[in-house]
Design a protein around this ligand. Sequence first.
Ligand SMILES: NC(=O)c1ccc[n+]([C@@H]2O[C@H](COP(=O)([O-])OP(=O)(O)OC[C@H]3O[C@@H](n4cnc5c(N)ncnc54)[C@H](O)[C@@H]3O)[C@@H](O)[C@H]2O)c1
Ligand SMILES: O=C(O)C(=O)C[C@@H](O)[C@H](O)[C@H](O)COP(=O)(O)O
Ligand SMILES: [Zn+2]
Length: 374
Amino acid sequence: MALNVTNRVQVSLAGRSYEVVVGTGLLDDAAAHARQFFGKKTVPIVADRNAKDAHGERLSRSLATAGYETRWYTVEPGEGSKSWESLARLTDWLLDQGVERGDHVFALGGGVVGDLTGFAAAILKRGCGFVQLPTTLLAQVDSSVGGKTAINTAAGKNLVGAFHQAALVLADITALTTLPQREMRAGYAEVLKYGVLGDREFFSWCENNGEALLAGDENLLQEAVTRSVQAKARIVAEDERETSGTRALLNLGHTFGHALEAETGFGDRLLHGEAVALGMVLAARYSARIGNVTTGDAQRITRAVDMAGLPSEISALGLSCSGERLAAHMLHDKKMTGGTLPFVLLRGIGDAYLDKSVELEDIAAFLDEQLIAH
Ligand SMILES: NC(=O)c1ccc[n+]([C@@H]2O[C@H](COP(=O)([O-])OP(=O)(O)OC[C@H]3O[C@@H](n4cnc5c(N)ncnc54)[C@H](O)[C@@H]3O)[C@@H](O)[C@H]2O)c1
Ligand SMILES: O=C(O)C(=O)C[C@@H](O)[C@H](O)[C@H](O)COP(=O)(O)O
Ligand SMILES: [Zn+2]
């Protein structure tokens, strides 16, 4: 895939579809790409503070040139903004702006702003439109696509939310030039995830290209974002609301990961993508322990995570909790059905499946082993 070529991926759902546009400089040209979603002369934009500082001007300029005025609402960076308090403040602001059901709210930032704004749009006047302008690698490859929106509660991650699809996603690769390296790596965890869960060839591509991609090669970034979005769009088209089990595969590494995020306080100590990377390694090791996957494949996944500078050892987190305590966080997992928690496990790289026979006590014992230094 060559640079300066804009890739378009269609997310096709029952009775409707929307486009994910992936390319460079899209924010400079946002008015042209998104004009049909500007209801009035003023466009409400909810932005992560860092994303606005780095890229807000490009967006404002594009809209101003097309005769639109931007109204900005700034969200403080960090997982703490996915809260009831932020949601209340944001919905009040949207109401003050006179946003109507037919209008579209624009979300500029990473997964935090996308999840928060998407949820606000889902409930504002029982549902208005929204457009995602993802500015982190994680948001471009994952959170801006597929319609999961949510806030966190004291009990855990994403526990209050709604399925509400964006009307359009503009993934501007240029936005990633200002992204801190740690955030880039965290986003790469979700890229690797698509390979591990369903595409062995893409996993090899990541092994070969991960380092250059993380160093900022825009061609490779555009290819990784496009291929990730294609993979996610295929799964979401098949199982939009996670009812058949197909979409649950996108949760690979997340049952472990969300428990670790909860235990570390949803903060800078462990980013979502870092938790997912570690969670994927744990899912692979557990799969090897029950004889489903070869230790060779489990080690290859660990190496890919290490190569990306992502955490692969739970013992290195310095947690003082037990495996049982981590397993207790998992009781809030949204996959829980009738008291059973299905786990996304592996038969091999590129071959994830949902295992309904896993005992949480066994997971707790496994985690106790992992919590002891390797
Ligand atoms: N809805 C979904 O399907 C889905 C999928 C994956 C993750 N998520 C959620 O997404 C969230 C994580 O998203 P994230 O990793 O994007 O984190 P984030 O939104 O917290 O952004 C990460 C950091 O990057 C900064 N930033 C954003 N864009 C920037 C830019 N272009 N230049 C400089 N700094 C920039 C932000 O200020 C923040 O400090 C988690 O809450 C996770 O649960 C949701
Ligand atoms: O889109 C999905 O489906 C995913 O599972 C993608 C995940 O990367 C994402 O973190 C998601 O928010 C987790 O979903 P949850 O239902 O476990 O909260
Ligand atoms: Zn995730």
